[in-house]
Design a binder for this molecule. Structure first.
Ligand code: COA
Length: 382
């Protein structure tokens, strides 16, 4: 019989990949690349900075779907088709109102997706547009329902980001606000093999359907270590209140063994490039609004203190601001309630999940890793 210690030694010696799969490559993708050392995000051949500078969210959805920037006429078609898809999503959600309601936005979204049947299951662009529209409209409707306000009907002729803000708030967004949300949606549209995208690809690899894959992805994104951090970032900024209180507050959190939300990343060893892009978008939004400018000053002070404290604690491991840090500020400035932040994230990332679903399916290969057994050995005669 193998003793427990012999067994543990055997288990430890067996080949295995890093705990957490860090650095393990399990897919080839044309969609996006994350360079964690240099802090670069590439999306289908564009740097993130180029992407947000020269595209709209609708164009990026097209770019991920067909691998090239759509011509202006195609973008106009995509915009109209996404508008129609929002209307379709609204009708479907309004009909089944109450059936998937939940006090948690991501649970409501998961429930809606769980019972959703695609109207266009086969053609790639249409199915993607349907699901992008569903996640977007479901999140806006969830906000309205939580506030006890009537649901609004999408305007199929409007730009996607502008329409989402109107659906949520019941007033037309300014051009600057609409642009800020557009930049946000593009910034989060795809990000290598993050946990939710991996979840979607695993489901895709089994031959399962698109809705099942993106429902799994929503479940993964809901976790605070992945997409659930921006709400707590805002809680942190509120609790800190003034720059002078930042150090003591952060030290106390760390002493309690808690993580600083919005800081650190599995891949980036420098500041997350999405944080930089969103910080700039927030700065534009804050121009001429002293309250927002003060918020930005506070956030920068907290970021600097957190970075210094984390550097002192984790020598050799750089923990810098991630996408969630400035997501919190930006979405809050757009009056998105913090409980809906992950829903808005899903609305952007949905396009990436769908593109990864089709890419994974095209390989025809089942993703099926192995585990290392560390349980008790079999005892003969038991
Ligand atoms: N605050 C405090 N400590 C942190 C930290 C944070 N935000 N992020 C990592 N650490 C510490 C860990 O406690 C660990 O310390 P230890 O070695 O003494 O145990 C060390 O850094 C390495 O952490 P690990 O969990 O291995 O890193 P990871 O690669 O899994 O971390 C995250 C990635 C994102 C999960 C992590 O940085 C985190 O939890 N951040 C806060 C949540 C967040 O903002 N999520 C959004 C991500 S986009």
């Amino acid at each position: 019989m193998v003793s427990a210690s012999e067994f543990a030694a055997t288990a430890a010696a067996s080949p295995h990949v890093p705990f957490g799969l860090d650095g393990v490559v399990v897919a080839d993708t044309r969609l996006s690349d994350v360079d964690g050392e240099q802090g670069r995000l590439t999306v289908a051949g564009y740097s993130l900075e180029q992407l947000v500078e020269s595209h709209t969210f609708e164009a990026v959805v097209g770019l991920l779907g067909c691998g090239r920037t759509p011509a202006l006429s195609e973008v106009a078609q995509l915009r109209a088709a996404l508008g129609e898809a929002r209307l379709g999503a609204h009708r479907w959600l309004a009909e089944r109102r109450g059936r998937s309601s939940s006090p948690e936005c991501m649970l409501a979204l998961r429930a809606a997706l769980g019972s959703y049947e695609l109207r266009s299951p086969t053609p790639e662009p249409e199915a993607t547009l349907e699901l992008v529209a569903l996640a977007s409209v479901a999140t806006c409707h969830w906000v309205r329902e939580q506030q006890g306000r009537a649901l609004l009907e999408p305007d199929p002729n409007a730009a996607h980001a502008a329409d989402l803000l109107r659906l949520m708030h019941g007033r037309a967004a300014s051009a600057v606000e609409a642009r800020a949300l557009d930049v946000y949606l593009m910034s989060v549209v795809d990000h290598g093999l993050n946990a939710s995208t991996f979840a979607a690809r695993v489901v895709a690899s089994t031959g399962s359907d698109l809705v099942s894959a993106v429902t799994a992805a929503v479940g993964a994104l809901k976790g605070p270590l992945h997409g659930g951090a921006p709400g707590p970032v805002l809680d942190m900024l509120d609790a800190i209140g003034t720059a002078s209180a930042a150090r003591a507050w952060l030290e106390h959190e760390l002493a309690q063994g808690r993580r600083i939300m919005g800081m650190g990343h599995r891949v980036y060893r420098v500041r997350d490039p999405r944080a930089c892009v969103l910080e700039r978008a927030f700065q534009t939004l804050a121009e001429g609004t002293p309250a927002l400018a003060a918020r930005l000053d506070l956030a920068r002070a907290v970021e600097a203190e957190a970075e210094a404290l984390l550097a002192a604690r984790s020598k050799g491991r750089a923990l810098k601001a991630n996408v969630e840090f400035f997501t919190a500020l930006l979405l809050d400035a757009l009056a998105v309630p913090r409980e809906a932040f992950s829903g808005v994230f899903s609305a952007g990332r949905m396009a990436g999940w769908c593109a990864h679903f089709y890419e994974q399916r095209s390989t025809g290969r089942l993703l099926r890793p192995s585990s290392r057994y560390v349980g008790p050995p079999v005892e003969p005669g038991r």
